[in-house]
Unconditional design. Structure first.
Length: 244
């Protein structure tokens, strides 16, 4: 099936529902078709615009889901009503699929304590979840090839990488040469949420598309990043929409 996308500041964003995106991943799992899934938001776009290698990775990825509310607004400015697909919920639903179909899953990233807690709670929730490999994200650069070789040995079908962008995406790109049939997704701080180390925004914030605000209130240091990124992104998105 041909991808239906729309460019936002030079980056293709897939236009599909949450359920259709999950169906695509299920299809690729069944057909052993590898993927690099990007959960895009304004911060990701800003990072990519400043880093040629990251820019290239996003443009060559297989699925770019509209994670941030800023992306939803940018699409709306172009006349497209697209639902926001939260990366943490999307990854969790793929885990549910892997549990039902007893597929091998690997977790890379976060602190050891967080990783252990998150995977333990997920296995309590998903009784058939086959975690074939896990590794915290605090490793030395010279250990990376060993980790990738370990993954090649166990051959996971789905890999979640929680090391923040763009580091998690550079890691995924290195893995894909040895694991072309594996589905990868970068999940940022999701392990911390699943471990209970960080609280997810209450449902009312999510329904109002204000999860970013809740996170900024809980982590004031994020205000500086948001203040720098979001207004400029929206200004660029408006100019981009006017040009179309």
């Amino acid at each position: 099936m041909k991808r239906k996308t729309k460019k936002i500041l030079g980056y293709d964003v897939d236009l599909l529902s949450f359920d259709n995106a999950i169906s695509l991943v299920k299809k690729n799992l069944n057909q052993k078709v590898g993927m690099h899934i990007i959960t895009i938001n304004p911060e990701i776009i800003e990072l990519a615009q400043q880093n040629h290698n990251f820019d290239k990775i996003i443009k060559n990825s297989d699925l770019v889901i509209p994670d941030g509310v800023g992306i939803k607004i940018a699409l709306f400015l172009k006349g497209i009503k697209q639902e926001q697909i939260a990366g943490i919920e999307f990854a969790k639903e793929i885990l549910r699929v892997c549990n039902e179909e007893v597929r091998k899953v690997a977790f890379i990233g976060a602190r050891e304590k967080v990783l252990t807690r998150a995977t333990s709670l997920l296995q309590n929730e998903f009784n058939n979840l086959d975690i074939c490999y896990k590794r915290n994200g605090y490793y030395r650069p010279d250990e990376e090839n060993e980790i990738i070789n370990d993954l090649n040995i166990v051959q996971p079908e789905f890999v979640l990488v929680a090391m923040g962008a763009p580091r998690q995406d550079f890691f995924i790109e290195k893995c894909r040469e040895l694991l072309p049939n594996t589905i990868f997704i970068g999940v940022g701080g999701s392990f911390d949420v699943w471990a209970g180390a960080v609280q997810r925004a209450p449902e009312i914030y999510r329904k109002l598309y204000c999860e970013w605000l809740y996170r900024a209130i809980k982590q004031p240091e994020r205000f500086k990043r948001i203040y720098k990124t979001l207004p400029l992104f929206l200004f660029k998105a408006i100019i981009d929409a006017i040009k179309r």
